[in-house]
Design a protein around this ligand. Structure first.
Ligand SMILES: *Cc1c(COP(=O)(O)O)cnc(C)c1O
Length: 496
């Protein structure tokens, strides 16, 4: 049965999957959501015998219903190939009573690769299908990891250009080096004087600019988004939760029908929303444990029903989660409101006006699947050190936030349901924070000395993504103010 997509802010809008992927964001500023969440149509024990690619097809075919089998399988095969440094794509590693689902084996060693290695292929297929002749301009704001993963995915892809804005002082040195060394004539990387929310707000404004869109169209361009608001990012993320469950079954760690809890280090709420969709497809997930760093807007929201971004923005050791406006939460809020676009639009208007909204008691009652908590910088560092000393396994800072929150959850509830922790980045991506957590003596070393030290200490080979940037020349050095983003885009496209 075909699945259509509605806007969270206007129920009159109803588009096919390929159109939703091309547009990214609905014209009214809403996010595209599937009209209904499809149910898994395979037995879990059948899935247990499948490869990652096969599971990907079984999940994605249910959402991207206007893609043919051949198109979808082609996209999957081109995405999940030798770019990943392991055949299994997303290994499940057991350490100290939890399962870590390693989502960082792709080109840029963070979980964004899981979706961004397939999005360009979905987009090209969608453009063909919809007879789009304009060149597609991907416009992205990044807190560090999306940027590089999107650049790697779109670089050199014919018929596309990609522009990435990142907070100049808000990403790790390795993240920045990864982006500014990106090759490809169709890539453009800009640091802004501002934080991630400034970058994201700027990008949303440019998307909503009808006058600019008109001029672009006249020149043969149209925007799309690779941010996690694009349904073409959300859907591929559902796959690995299904795959993780299938692996637990296959390895005899779980009885069929048994439940697993899922723990997700959260920023923009995309990754955990994918787990929520997986649960609603019938995957036996118990609790969805939402882990925040000190920017704990989501923890407060789950506790009080009040979403309030009016607070100090904290730069933490888990920068990819330094976010005060979790865009994908809108999809959950819409659902909590009974798929009432009018009600959701009102709340989102309050968010952009007052920076705050309050959901009703009735809506709060729908939050029972979730548990929220947070970890301070100190707790995050202690978690890395303690797990390393106990098991030799080294976590990155984001995954450590999740690991710490999981420990708090078990202490509070006694719930011993097997837990899968989404391991969202390689420790090599945040080497300095990771090594400092293990021992203060590393502070004096250079970033690349630390990389080698981590490699010997964790007994893990330095990932290719890191080796590549050791000597790569810087090819992007654009900087702009947060109100200069539109002008930057116009210059790059030659529109001015
Ligand atoms: C993006 C990112 C997150 C947050 O994921 P969301 O889908 O935005 O919640 C967590 N960890 C890492 C390493 C990331 O790159």
């Amino acid at each position: 049965m075909e699945v259509f997509y509605n806007s969270t802010r206007n129920s009159g809008i109803r588009v096919k999957a390929s159109e939703a992927i091309l547009k990214g964001l609905s014209d009214d500023g809403g996010l595209f959501v599937p009209e209904r969440i499809p149910a898994l149509d395979r037995e879990l024990k059948e899935l247990a015998g499948m490869t990652y690619r096969e599971v990907a097809y079984e999940v994605m075919k249910l959402y991207l219903t206007d893609f043919t089998e051949e198109e979808l399988k082609g996209c999957i095969a081109r995405a999940y190939d030798g770019k990943f440094d392991t055949e299994v794509i997303a290994p499940l590693v057991s350490a100290d009573g939890a399962y870590y689902l390693e989502l960082f084996h792709g080109a840029t060693i963070a979980f964004k690769d899981m979706a961004l290695s397939i999005l360009p292929h979905l987009m090209i297929a969608a453009a063909k299908k919809n007879h789009v002749e304009n060149e597609i301009v991907i416009l992205t704001a990044t807190s560090g990891d999306t940027g590089k993963a999107a650049l790697a995915g779109f670089a050199g892809v014919e018929g596309t250009k990609i522009i990435v804005f990142y907070p100049k002082d808000g990403v790790s040195p390795i993240q920045e080096k990864q982006m500014v060394t990106q090759k490809g004539d169709n890539t453009y990387v800009v640091g802004i004087h501002g934080n991630f929310d400034d970058a994201q707000t700027g990008v949303k404004k440019i998307f909503a600019d009808k006058e600019l869109a008109g001029r672009m169209d006249a020149q043969g361009f149209q925007f799309s988004s690779a941010n996690s608001i694009n349904i073409g990012r959300l859907v591929p993320q559902i796959v690995y939760y299904v795959y993780a469950y299938a692996r637990l079954l296959a390895e005899g760690k779980m009885e069929e029908g048994g439940r697993m809890n899922v723990v997700v280090p959260t920023g923009n709420f995309g990754n955990i929303l994918a787990a929520f969709y997986a649960k609603n497809m019938g995957l036996p997930i118990g609790k969805l444990i939402c882990a925040s760093n000190e920017n704990k807007v989501l923890y407060d929201f789950f506790r009080t029903g009040i979403y309030d971004k009016n607070r100090e923005f904290v730069l933490t050791s888990s920068p990819s989660m330094d976010i005060l406006i979790s865009s994908n939460l809108e999809r959950l809020v819409y659902r909590l409101a009974g798929n009432d676009a009018g009600k959701n639009a009102e709340l989102m208007k309050a968010l952009s006006g007052d920076g705050k909204y309050v959901i009703t008691e009735e809506m709060r009652a729908g939050l029972g699947d979730f548990y929220g908590n947070y970890a301070s910088g100190e707790e995050t560092a202690e978690t890395i050190k303690a797990l390393y000393e106990k098991t030799g396994y080294v976590l990155d800072t984001h995954t450590a936030v999740a690991s710490c929150v999981y420990r708090k959850y078990v202490e509070e509830t006694g719930d011993k349901t097997p837990a899968v922790i989404a391991s969202t980045a390689s420790p090599f991506k945040f080497t300095r924070s990771v090594m400092n957590a293990i021992d203060g003596k590393y502070d004096k070393m250079t970033d690349f000395e630390l990389v080698d030290e981590l490699s010997s200490l964790a007994n893990v080979k330095v990932p290719r993504a890191i080796e590549e940037i050791r000597t790569a020349p810087v090819v992007h050095d654009h900087i702009c103010e947060k109100d200069g983003m539109k002008k930057t885009v116009e210059d790059f496209l030659g529109l001015a």
